[in-house]
Design a protein around this ligand. Sequence first.
Ligand code: DGI
Ligand code: FE
Ligand code: FE
Length: 400
Amino acid sequence: MRTGIYGGTFDPPHLGHMAAARAAGRIGLDRLILIPDGQPPHKALSAASASPEQRLAMTELAADRLHLEIPVTVSAMEVRRAGRSYTSDTLAELHRALPDDELWLLMGTDMFLTLQDWHDPETITRLAGICAFGRAQGEGEDLFTPQRERLERRFGARVVTVTLSDLVEISSTELRAMLARGEGREYLDESVWGYILREGLYGTMADLRQLALEELRAVSASMVRAKRIPHIRGTEETAARMARRWGADETAARQAAILHDCTKYYSLRRQLTTCAKYGMLLDDIEQKTLPLLHAKSGAALARHVFGMPEAVSEAIRWHTTGKADMTLLEKILYIADYAEPTRRYDWAPGLRALIEEDLDAAVLRGLEITIAENAREGKPIHYRTLEARDWLLAERGEKG
Ligand code: DGI
Ligand code: FE
Ligand code: FE
C-alpha cells in the first residue's frame, strides 16, 4: 500500500492545497492522509487563526470535496499530540501503525527546498519518500534538481517531483488578510468558505441572519457531505422554476431549498438537542425516527440561526412528511425535493412532467410514492403523510 501524507497548518485549506492533494493521483498512491498540524514548528499561529478543531473541520470538508479515486482521510494525530508537531514524530507514529506501507510525504516547493533544516531530516527521509510539487514554469527544475541531488547524497532520500500546471498562487497568510476585507472567496472551495462564514473566522463577520443566497448556499454546503450537494442544487433550481410557474416567491423557494437538508447528517442526539434548544416540538414517531428529524432541526436553524421568514421555515419543517393544508411554498419544496434532476427512479420522469401541469396532482403522487416505499420497507408511515394524502384526495374530489 502506497500511502501519501500531506501535512500543513490548513489555516484555511485553499484551492492550492487541494490542487496539490489531487496531484497525489499522479504518483500512484493508494490512499492519502491529510494531517493538519497542532503547533507548527516553523511558525507561530497568529491571533486571527482558526482553532485546531476548526482547521480539522475545514480539512475534512476539503478532503470530502477532492473527489479523488483513492480514499482520502484526515488524521487528528498532530492536533491531538501535545507539544510541537514534528514530521519525524508523525512519520514514526504512522510507520508503527502501518508497518507494511510505503509512505510518501507530499510538500510544496518552499518546504522541499529547506528539508535539510527540519527537525531530524534523517528520520523523515528514512521513513518516507519525498514528493515535491513544483510550479509548471520558472522555478521548476533548476531549483529542484540540485536539491534532489543534495538530499539523495546526504540522506539517501527517495525524491519524486511533480509539476502542477493548475497551481493556485496564494498563501494562507494573504488569503486570511483578503477574507478580512471581504475578498478571496475564489481561492476556496465553496464549503470551506461557507464554514468560515458560519464560524465567523478570519474577521469575516458575516451576519448569519442576513446572508445573500450565494453565502447561504456555501453555508449549507459546509454542513453536509459533498455527495448531497448536487441534490440540494437540483432542489433549489427545481423549486425556483416551480415558484415562477405557480406564482410563489422565488427567493423564498430558493432559501427553503438551500437549507432544507442542512441538518441531514446530524446524529440522533444532535437532532434532538437542536430541536430542544429552539423549542421545536416533536411527536412520538419523530422522536425515534432519525430520517424525519432533519426537517424539524433544519426548520429551527432556518428560523433562529439564519433568520428566515416563517413561511420558509415552515416549508422546511414539512418537507419530509407533508401535511394537510399545505401552502404553495410548502408544496413546491415538497415536490421539488422529489422531482429534482438527480433523483434516479422509474417514477421520476413522469413526476417531472406532472409538476409543470398540475401541482396538487404531483404532490399527491409524491405522497403516494412515499407511502408505498415506506410500506414496502416495513417502516411505519407518518400519520401526517396520510393526512396530506387524504386532504389532497378530498380537494380533488370536490373540484372533479
Ligand atoms: O432528505 P431527502 O433524502 O432529500 O428526502 P426526505 O426529506 O423526503 O427524507 C426521506 C427520508 O425520510 C427517507 O429515509 C424516508 C423517510 N421518511 C419519509 N416519510 C416517512 C419516512 N420514514 C418513516 N418512517 N415514515 C414516513 O412517513
Ligand atoms: Fe430532506
Ligand atoms: Fe432533500
